[in-house]
Design a protein around this ligand. Structure first.
Ligand code: ADP
Ligand code: ZN
Ligand code: ZN
Length: 754
């Protein structure tokens, strides 16, 4: 970036322009700068600026611009430094997003710089120009055509042949950023380019005929519930309304989204679709891309900075009609917004748990309101927050009660593990069922939410166990590659073969993880083809897709996996789903644990019996009498949610009440305690406000990566008073001496331990 010369202060001019800049530092304030005299660009909120900051320069975002006349000049003003440079000639984001930014500042009480870091693509934060790169396309050359026809291509070059055939089918070429949708591996393409059999050229905006989709119109006949859902939402396309599409798994929710998007596109508007984890469900993405003959862009963390910037810019200039992405795609600027859809709205990935913490579901409702468009939340197991909003009249509920393709019903069975002999974590009952389903050519899905081989490695002689010193938790033993890993801080080391305490060589793994479960399954069912799906086996980019394909092709009989498997995959031949260990979820300290467990059971069982094969769901637990299990099994998720909401009311917990949390961490426990005690003292000054303080108390995992973590909760039945309290006190809390010795944050509507 070429900075212009730092100019003199404009002390002689009549008007001063003060530019208030949000800077990426953890402070809840903006910083004042002067606009150099005669600067060629008029500063506006949402433009990036380069500014001197301390001894360095930083890139900040203009928050506000204030003009003062000469008489306001005081010594304060004289000290202000001028900005170095304005980096954009127009605001980067739309007015409604600027309003959203201001709302987030007020609601989440977060440092403004941190909010911007969430709002903008990384490339822009680093100062890269907000410019679309030219698009290019691939076409087949005459040499390529001849070579293919005269059979010059080696028999083994299957992929190259496929590419050439695709290019012949699309004579106007295939857009470069769409080659992956045609299953074209880039390496083979480059190979062909080297031989001059294919060529790449740049295209202009007028070149509209390039194939960017494999368009597959739908011939599905919608059922009455789907029709009525679409009818209801489409009556509200011109204004803000929030909808909850509460539809059982495979009830055709996605089909409803697609039809609504169709209408939005016909109105020349854009649809923003948020999904939990795009990398895990490439086929969902495909389904959207293949349906429409318009530009679909994605936004997720698996993309490079430049790719994300390009998608973002296409959303901004209106070229992209459908924007599909994970949580942060919510902030894509839209030229002609039409609808926001959040699929699997209950999913925890919609909550940002690092840096600036927000709920994409909540912010989406505010954004839709600002944009005056509907927002549609879909789930088979909606969050209690959304259901509570339904009962308050803030969200309209639409139901899909039937599976779209008439499928045989599900049979649930709870296996009470008390006093049962177990074989490597499997009850005799479960083993028998697996056998039966395999005999009847059904696929089996075993679900265990713990990766690795065993959660503990223990010395059989003296009882020594390996634990992470930085977290005070056990290392998980990973058998493959023989290492220990802490699943809290991620640190790992070689597994000891000798006990460090008594030097004996009897180290035994205790407990069950997916790796060990897979091993025992292979042992028990040597003829079945078994595969494991968890973070460890899906590090490769296409791994998940490959697993899904081989399950669908019937190449896998038993699938062992973590909750990665629970997310939206369609496995038509799975007839048995078993939850190996529901005890952890049922006995957890987190008041939300039963809700999460109920969502998990609903989602996981949705994987079974999709086609017209009867499905069975087995749940292993020592807590077979738990009321949640009975509600889910006999009355469904809705019934469970009703009684869970009543329990939250009685216990005065969210969503009935509202929570905020101060969390502080430091390698020195005393510093954390001092700070939170100081915070409490400041908050206590306003005891007239109806906010109850709980704590300070240790976090569930008090030590993580060498730091001690304590929390102070603020609970209230009045959101307003909570915000008032924070507004009155955060300034003083920031200035506390004890604050400088810890890392701390305030979190609104906190979720889980993080
Ligand atoms: P959900 O999003 O609720 O899980 P989907 O929209 O993925 O459900 O639908 C599940 C399956 O049923 C898909 O294969 C879809 O193509 C099909 N489907 C959806 N609606 C209908 C319908 N009205 N008739 C027949 N099949 C349908
Ligand atoms: Zn020992
Ligand atoms: Zn650790």
């Amino acid at each position: 970036m070429a900075g212009i010369e730092a100019p003199q202060l404009p002390l002689s001019s009549e008007n001063y322009c003060i530019v208030k800049v949000a800077v990426p530092v953890p402070l809840r304030r903006v910083f004042d700068y002067l606009l150099p005299e005669n600067y060629p660009i008029t500063p506006q909120p949402g433009m990036r600026v380069q500014i001197p900051f301390g001894r360095t320069t930083k890139i900040g975002i203009i928050d506000e611009v204030e003009s003062l006349d000469h008489s306001d000049l005081d010594t304060q003003l004289e000290k202000l430094k001028p900005i170095t440079q304005i980096l954009d000639d127009s605001p980067l984001i739309t007015e409604s997003l600027i309003s959203l930014y201001r709302w987030m500042g007020q609601y989440y009480h977060a440092p403004f710089g941190e909010i911007w870091q969430t709002l903008l693509p990384t490339a822009l934060l680093k100062g890269k120009p907000a410019k679309l790169s030219r698009s290019s396309r691939w076409t087949i050359t005459d040499i390529g055509r001849e070579s293919l026809e005269s059979g010059k291509l080696a028999k083994s070059a299957v992929k190259q042949k496929l590419i050439l055939e695709q290019l012949i089918k699309n004579p106007t070429g295939i857009a470069h950023d769409k080659i992956k949708d045609f299953d074209i591996p880039y390496s083979s393409l480059k190979n062909l380019a080297g031989k001059k059999w294919v060529s790449r050229d740049y295209i202009t905006d007028n070149d509209k005929n390039i194939a960017s989709q494999v368009n597959l119109p739908s011939d599905i006949q919608l059922n009455d519930e789907q029709l009525s859902a679409i009818e209801t939402v489409s009556q509200h396309l011109d204004r803000y309304t929030a909808f909850l599409l509460f539809g059982v798994t495979a009830s055709g929710k996605t089909e409803v989204y697609l039809r609504l998007i169709q209408q939005v596109i016909e109105q020349q508007r854009q649809a923003l679709v948020l999904v939990p984890e795009i990398g895990l469900t490439p086929q969902t993405l495909r389904r959207f891309e293949q349906r429409f003959n318009v530009s679909v862009v994605t936004l997720h963390s698996g993309m490079s900075e430049q790719q994300r910037l390009q998608s973002w810019l296409k959303a901004k200039n209106g070229e992209a009609k459908i924007i599909i992405g994970t949580r942060s795609a919510l902030f894509a600027p839209l030229k002609n917004p039409g609808i926001i859809i959040i699929d699997e709205e209950h999913d925890l990935s919609f909550r940002q748990q690092q840096g600036f913490r927000y709920s994409a579901r909540d912010v989406a409702m505010v954004r839709a309101n600002l944009e005056k468009i509907p927002v549609l939340l879909g789930s088979a197991s909606p969050s209690l927050e959304s259901l509570s909003n339904v009962s308050k009249g803030k969200i309209k509920q639409i139901e899909l009660t039937q599976k779209a393709q008439n499928t045989a019903s599900l049979k649930y069975r709870v296996i009470d593990l008390k006093n049962q002999p177990m074989n490597q974590g499997l009850s005799a009952d479960l083993i028998k069922s697996i056998k039966q389903h395999l005999q009847q050519k059904g696929q089996v899905l075993l679900f265990l939410n713990r990766r690795g081989y065993a959660p503990v490695l223990l010395c059989h002689q003296c009882g020594w166990s390996s634990s992470c010193q930085r977290c005070d938790t056990h290392y998980t033993y990973h058998h493959q590659n023989d290492y220990l890993q802490c699943h809290h801080c991620g640190s790992s080391r070689k597994a000891p073969h000798q006990c460090p305490q008594c030097q004996c060589d009897q180290m035994v793994p205790v407990g069950l993880g997916t790796e060990r479960l897979t091993e025992s399954i292979k042992h028990l069912f040597p003829d079945a083809k078994t595969a494991r799906i968890d973070r460890d086996t899906t590090r490769r980019k296409s791994a998940m897709q490959d697993f899904v394909s081989s399950v669908k092709a019937g190449e896998i009989d038993i699938l062992v996996g973590t909750q990665m498997l629970a997310k939206g995959h369609h496995f038509p031949d799975v007839t048995l789903v078993a939850l190996i260990d529901m005890d952890g979820a049922l006995y957890s300290a987190d008041f939300r644990a039963p809700e999460y467990a109920a969502q998990l059971i609903t989602q996981v069982s949705g994987r079974a019996g999709r086609a017209d094969k009867p499905g069975e769901v087995l749940i292993q637990t020592h807590h077979a009498e738990h009321s949640m299990l009975h509600q889910i099994i006999h009355s469904g998720y809705g019934e469970f949610a009703n009684s869970a909401l009543n329990e939250r009311v009685e216990a005065e917990l969210p969503p009935h009440t509202f929570l905020a949390m101060f969390q502080a961490e430091s390698p020195q426990m005393a510093h954390v305690k001092y700070f939170l005690a100081d915070v409490k003292q400041i908050l206590d000054r306003y005891s007239n406000l109806k906010v109850e303080l709980l704590g300070p108390a240790p976090a569930v995992y008090v030590k993580k990566a060498g730091k001690f973590r304590y929390q102070l909760f603020l609970q209230t039945s009045s959101r307003n008073q909570l915000h008032q309290l924070l507004e009155l006190t955060l300034g003083d809390i920031e200035k506390l001496k004890s604050a400088s010795r810890v890392r701390w944050r305030v979190e609104i509507d906190p979720v889980g331990d993080s």
